[in-house]
Design a protein around this ligand. Structure first.
Ligand code: DAH
Length: 360
């Protein structure tokens, strides 16, 4: 009896082919990558495979068995082939996703966010006030922060014995010789004199900038602060031009309902001089419990007046021909009043939680 081949009958052949198929499928499943799968393929369907051997065995079979045996072999061969293809797809997909992972660029990783800043509130107010006056036909002028005492005081009709000239109020760069005394400007008013010296009338300017005083820091004082100076010099300028101009400014800056009033005051460089109050934009007037005006109904805003003839003379203008008005306002004060800021120190603390509240 023939024992070396299992192809002796349909049952043996079926068992043998099932075993061949199961072994092949296991090998296919175990192939970890496409190289391994190629080797498995050669072993399970290649020339030296059991399937090929079974096909070769068909030739020795009796013709009546050959058809069924051939069909069985083909079925198993197709199953193995299908398993090879399925595994090949799985391995290809795995290889591809491994490559995608390896080559991936993580665009969310580690980029440096750039915080968007904004202009300091003081600069915003300077820009806004300047824009209002530019809209009224004014030019913007500037001057030096280290200033000759002559421009800071003398040209502005401030006598040598005026208390503001003392070292305890004004910070000097050069002190003692009246010829070339120099100080950090105590206000922006010297820009008036410098500008008139260099320009023919008419003059319509605003001049923003830093000013310096020998003050100790508290809730309403800084030794370095900002002012905006205004000057209009022309023929026939009157006090009502001054009031009308400042009223228009107040309406644009604080709101269209804003009223202004003037109280007599004194400044060396203006005659007459006044302080300008604006009606409180936060309440209905005197007697309220308003936190902005403390119930007064009015807010002190700035100093102003008609340019003293001595100032015009000092810069070579003819006071018989020209008149003018001037005004000076504190930028920090404008900002504090409008935004309800309780301490001037916030402007120099550089706390972004404060600064970023004013994004303009
Ligand atoms: N320079 C004054 C100060 O610092 C403010 C001022 C008042 C300016 C009246 C002016 C003015 O031009 O006319 O207190």
């Amino acid at each position: 009896m023939e024992t070396t081949t299992s192809l002796t009958g349909p049952m043996d052949l079926t068992e043998h082919l099932n075993a061949v198929r199961d072994a092949a499928l296991r090998q296919i499943e175990d192939a970890a990558d496409s190289d391994a799968l190629a080797a498995v393929e050669a072993a399970v369907v290649g020339r030296d495979s059991e399937v090929a051997a079974a096909r070769r065995g068909l030739g020795q079979m009796p013709a009546e068995e050959r058809r069924d045996a051939g069909r069985l072999i083909n079925e198993v061969a197709q199953e193995i082939q299908a398993a090879l293809e399925a595994r090949s797809e799985v391995l290809a997909a795995a290889a591809q996703s491994a490559r995608i992972q390896a080559e991936a660029i993580d665009v969310t990783l580690d980029y440096q966010a750039v915080p968007v800043g904004n202009l300091h509130l003081i600069q915003q107010v300077i820009d806004e006030v300047s824009d209002i006056f530019v809209g009224l036909g004014y030019h913007v002028a500037e001057g030096p922060e280290a200033e000759l005492a002559w421009y800071n005081f003398d040209a502005l009709n401030t006598p040598a014995d005026h208390p503001s000239r003392l070292g305890m109020d004004t910070m000097y760069v050069d002190y003692g010789n009246p010829e070339d005394e120099m100080n950090l400007r105590s206000h922006t008013s010297p820009i008036q004199a410098r500008y008139m010296e260099q320009h023919e009338p008419p003059v319509y300017i605003v001049a923003p900038g830093r000013a310096y005083r020998n003050d100790t820091i508290d809730a309403s004082h800084l030794p370095v602060f900002h002012q905006i100076e205004g000057l209009a010099v022309d023929t026939n300028i009157t006090f009502s031009d001054l009031k009308g101009t400042l009223a228009e400014f107040a309406r644009q800056f604080f709101g269209p309902e804003t009223k202004v009033r003037m109280r007599p005051h004194f400044f060396p460089f203006t005659e007459p001089s006044a302080e300008l109050d604006v009606s409180c934009f936060n309440c209905d007037g005197p007697g309220s419990t308003c936190r902005v005006c403390k119930g007064v109904g009015w807010l002190e805003m700035l100093g102003c007046g008609m340019v003293d003839p001595n100032v015009l003379t000092a810069v070579g203008y003819d006071p018989d021909e020209l008149t003018g008005f001037a005004f000076g306002m504190g930028v920090e004060r404008l900002a504090m009043v409008r935004h309800g800021i309780d301490s001037i120190r916030h402007f120099i603390d550089n706390d972004v939680r404060f600064l970023e509240q004013f994004r303009g």
